[in-house]
Ligand binder design. Structure first.
Ligand code: AMP
Length: 249
């Protein structure tokens, strides 16, 4: 069984992003980048399924600038078998990514397609759903447990106030949530070995996909700074403030 895992290069989750002075976007020059955390979970899950003898090949795919190679090498070091870099310097929207992944899936014929539930840079939470729709394939989003058998995959998903269990036939699109697993720490020998694994390069144009943006960002702004708190002496003062300042009682 083949698994295709989509891995996005994003600003590292520890970095506090700054908005550009002209409010057009966030400033990512000289900022530490890393694999999207939900995609790391997706790679880890695929690798665990391979280690359990349930999966035969893991293909990591990333779309974006030349630097995405680093992200793909990380996926290879974690245990992916080969990588496909769809190289472009254009700004990509979820629909474009989904269209490209569909083309790659049609070429590779994976039974499972793992994506993160959302990219932590745009917080779109759209690509997996769009990909499933384009492929006309079943989808399970926000997966926190995956059980694989020969003819179906059972997924437990996070839903508001509980969990849901769904069974999907192949090919299935699954988006990973935080509770699914804890990604492994990549060791140096694996990083070295990953350098020798195959990394194929293609462009969206090779796949016949037009990357022209359909959406326009009007403005990006920092969240409003929070007002400093005050210490009150007693409940009487609190009630007074709630009644006369906040006017909520
Ligand atoms: P989003 O819908 O943008 O929140 O992204 C959801 C998931 O789609 C990510 O966690 C990735 O698995 C995948 N994805 C989005 N953009 C890319 C990209 N440029 N390259 C590879 N995978 C991507």
């Amino acid at each position: 069984m083949k698994v295709l895992v989509a891995v996005k290069r994003v600003v590292d989750y520890n970095v506090k992003v700054r908005v550009k002075a002209d409010g057009s976007d966030v400033d990512i020059d000289n900022v530490k980048m890393a694999m999207n955390p939900f995609d790391e979970i997706a790679v880890e899950e695929a690798v665990r399924l391979k280690e359990a003898g349930k999966v035969s090949e893991i293909i990591a795919v990333s779309l974006g600038s030349k630097k995405c190679e680093e992200t793909l090498r990380t996926a290879l070091a974690m245990g992916a078998d080969r990588a496909i870099h769809v190289e472009t310097d254009h700004k990509l929207e979820p629909l474009t990514v989904a269209k490209v992944l569909k083309k790659v899936a049609e070429k590779e014929n994976p039974q499972l397609l793992f994506l993160g539930k959302q990219a932590i840079d745009n917080d779109a939470n759209q690509t997996a759903q769009m990909l499933a729709a384009l492929l006309n394939a079943p989808q399970a989003t926000f997966a926190f447990k995956i059980d694989l058998s020969d003819n179906e995959v059972t997924v437990k998903r996070e839903i508001d106030g509980g969990e849901e269990t769904v069974a999907l036939t192949f090919p299935a699109v699954i988006s990973t949530d935080l509770r699914l697993n804890e990604p492994r720490f990549v060791k140096l020998p694996n990083i070295m070995a990953a350098k020798k694994k195959p990394l194929e390069k293609i462009s969206p144009e090779d796949l016949g996909i037009d990357t022209m943006p359909r959406l326009q960002v009007l403005k990006v702004s920092e969240p409003k700074p929070r007002q400093a708190g005050v210490k009150l002496t007693d409940v009487v003062e609190l009630v007074d403030k709630l009644r006369n300042e906040a006017k909520v009682i």
